[in-house]
Design a protein around this ligand. Structure first.
Ligand code: FAD
Length: 445
């Protein structure tokens, strides 16, 4: 007899959901967390990030207010107030996650766990046994090992706790996290220089959106440098000196690494057990989240496929239903919507134009390039851009890509249409809801 039916390592998005669902099916479940219950998304990812985005957005709204007739008093931003309110919300969610585990009878070990044999887990100075073990240990920010002084920079783990708002910040990376923090710090009043290794932002995203973000960001005063990278970082007074590959020296107060996330699979005992690992140590799983060992499973970022919270949650849910419930199911990774909460934000679902050309050949592209009403009155010459990708053979919508105010909110609804395989004709048959930005989606001819 094992001590538990299910032992979950990592109380983040995927682990908590899986533990709770398994317990709901009557399994005896334990979960181990070495940091804070809630994981990356709740503690140092999506949630505090989005709250900072909302906080930063006020800068623009306050700028616009005058054009809309408002006279405002003195305007001042206080970073500790925003930081502490965000952390209070993180604390509340942390307690809510713990309460959910407790309410479902899941035993929590506040300790690091490692695998020491088949169904054997070392945790908190003890060894326990389980019929099934789930690795849901997530990923961590990559800090390059080949840049002298790299450790002087911070990552997304530390950025939420800064003592003071940096006057000048270098943000290294061109992915979604880098662009989101570039927007946040710029709006809050920092001087931002973004250093991107490749020739464009947001590799892998619809290029038209990435190009629009670059153009708008630069027009707003963000210093975005493409095809460059830091080669050394040194202390300089209270700040840092960043040396670029070109030899250029930058003086900043802080440097944020946002150059990718590595699966947390090291030191767990996986190699000794012969667990199949992929690139960068990602745990290999099949469609059902099973590793090559029958008792060991993995979900979420540690599998390094789609590093998104809703994906980790759904994988954890499907696995628990499949192991302990009566109706097994798997997660469909096709047409998963995702967003970049940059300023302006962008959001995508399905195939980009280059992907569709490669996979389908014959496609139609429909676009809308317009100035949102809000921007017109504010006197801001920033245009939104929407692109629909349609399979010419079937008229089916296979991709949708939006940049502009509220793009992620609009795209979530449109993702239903892409997932359901609706046709462009069906979109056109829908009447516009006027005046909105989203009406453009049914007005593209
Ligand atoms: P995690 O949530 O990372 O949970 C893993 C947990 O395991 C952690 O709590 C860790 O401490 C713990 N752990 C690791 N090793 C051990 C061990 N040996 N023993 C015990 N515990 C261990 N996704 C979105 O969908 N939308 C967003 O807007 C978004 N924004 C993000 C912004 C930032 C700055 C970051 C960093 C990420 C963001 N993400 C976003 C990604 C999202 O956070 C992850 O995809 C999601 O958290 C993955 O869930 P997970 O369960 O795989 O891992």
């Amino acid at each position: 007899m094992a001590d538990y039916d299910y032992f979950v390592i990592g109380a983040g998005s995927g682990g908590v959901r899986s533990a709770r669902i398994a317990a709901g099916h009557g399994a005896k479940v334990a979960i181990a967390e070495e940091n804070r219950v809630g994981g990356t998304c709740v503690i140092r990812g999506c949630v505090p990030k989005k709250l900072l985005v909302i906080g930063a957005q006020f800068a623009q709204d306050l700028d616009d207010a005058g054009r809309y007739g408002w006279t405002l008093g003195e305007r001042r931003f206080d970073w500790p107030t925003l930081r502490d309110h965000v952390q209070a919300e993180v604390d509340r969610l942390n307690r809510a996650y713990q309460a959910t585990l407790d309410a479902h009878g899941v035993e929590t070990f506040h300790a690091r766990a490692t695998l020491v044999g088949e169904g054997r887990v070392a945790v908190g100075g003890r060894e326990v046994t389980a019929r099934h073990v789930l690795v849901a240990t997530g990923a961590r920010p990559l800090v390059p090992g080949d840049v002298p002084g790299a450790e002087l920079g911070i990552t997304s783990n530390e950025v939420f706790h800064l003592e003071a708002l940096p006057q000048r910040i270098a943000i290294v990376g061109g992915g979604y996290i880098a662009n989101e923090f570039a927007g946040i710090f710029h709006e809050l009043g920092s001087q931002v220089v973004q250093l991107v290794r490749g020739p464009r932002l947001l590799r892998g995203w619809e290029p038209a959106l990435a190009d629009r973000l670059l153009q708008i960001s630069r027009a707003r005063g963000l210093d975005i440098r493409l095809s460059t990278r830091p080669t050394a970082i040194r202390k300089a007074g209270a700040g840092l000196e960043v040396e670029l590959a070109s030899g250029v020296l930058l003086a900043v107060d802080a440097l944020l690494w946002a150059v990718g996330r590595v699966p947390n699979s090291k030191g767990l005992g996986l190699e000794a057990l012969g667990v199949a690992l992929g690139d960068r140590g990602a745990i290999r799983v099949d469609r059902g989240q099973h590793t090559n060992l029958s008792w060991l499973h993995a979900v979420g970022d540690v599998t390094d496929r789609l590093q998104l919270t809703p994906v980790a949650i759904r994988e954890g849910h499907a696995l628990a239903d499949s192991l302990f419930g009566s109706a097994p199911w798997t997660v469909d990774h096709d047409a998963v919507p995702s967003a970049v909460f940059s300023n302006p934000p962008l959001a995508s679902v399905g195939l980009s134009e280059p992907q569709a050309r490669e996979q389908l050949g014959d496609i139609r592209i429909h676009t809308a390039d317009f100035r949102p009403m809000k921007n017109v009155l504010a006197g801001r010459d920033e245009r939104a851009f929407y692109k629909l990708v349609v399979d010419a053979a079937t008229d089916r919508l296979v991709g949708a890509h939006l940049i502009g105010p509220e793009a992620p909110e609009i795209l979530q609804a449109l993702a239903v249409a892409v997932k359901a395989g609706l046709t462009k004709r069906q979109l056109d048959a829908t009447l516009a809801l006027h005046p909105t930005m989203a009406e453009e989606l049914v007005l593209m001819r």
